[in-house]
Design a protein. Sequence first.
Length: 242
Amino acid sequence: MTGSGRVMLLPMQERDLDEVLALEQASFTEPWTRKMFLGELRGNGFAVNVVARAGETGALMGYIMFWVVFEELHLMNLAVRPEARRRGLGTDLVRHALAVGTERGVRTVLLEVRASNLAALALYEGLGFARKCVRKGYYDHPREDAVIMTFFTEKGGATMLNEDPAILEVIRRESSEFKTLEETHHRLEDQLGELHKLHFLTAEEEQLKKRIQFDKLATKDKMAALVRNFKQSRSLAAGPSS
Ligand SMILES: CC(C)(COP(=O)(O)OP(=O)(O)OC[C@H]1O[C@@H](n2cnc3c(N)ncnc32)[C@H](O)[C@@H]1OP(=O)(O)O)[C@@H](O)C(=O)NCCC(=O)NCCS
């Protein structure tokens, strides 16, 4: 149950998909296909997919879909039934995702949103998300920029990428594993960049994009672990400060 009346949050099932697809099509100019939803439900161990229903068997009110990959949470999809909007359900769904993420140790939450989607931008900003950067011409139908937004959980904030460059330089010199991981990370980033340039992604390219995103996050997570170990070993070697 959420703060928005008798609405229940339940795991999304395949039997929800007819209603979910109808809401998806009513909500987006480039809606996900059934195949894409099935991919999240069947083939993605990182995905958390939640529907909001008016009571356990009542009408579908909305849904949220996100990935929890190591220390990052990626918000993938969110919609609220048009008649039920502006009553706090969208906020409740995102808060639910943040709560699940925090429980699983997430530090950083990321999402992308159309630059013209003022409703969603206001919702996310109201929850404390910040605009990180703009990805030019990211969306099609219509062609539009994506705003990338981030949120740091209370645990988080110190992601590897924010690490002191001087420390990274020392680790690079001392750890060939770190150097290789960093090169892999750059290569995956370039591959993603190439996919982002395409105006339209086929279902196969969408899958490829997901795989690259997984690999990129896994690589980053290993790099972060190496940084943590490095800092720990240095502080142990330095001995207690008092
Ligand atoms: C974006 C969306 C999920 C918001 O759901 P919602 O249940 O209406 O959101 P909430 O009621 O929790 O709204 C929270 C805040 O967001 C902002 N907001 C929401 N809708 C807004 C609108 N149409 N215009 C301006 N601000 C809006 C407001 O600040 C609102 O707080 P307020 O009502 O106290 O002023 C919903 O509009 C939707 O499904 N849109 C289509 C799909 C979509 O754009 N999904 C997001 C993809 S990134």
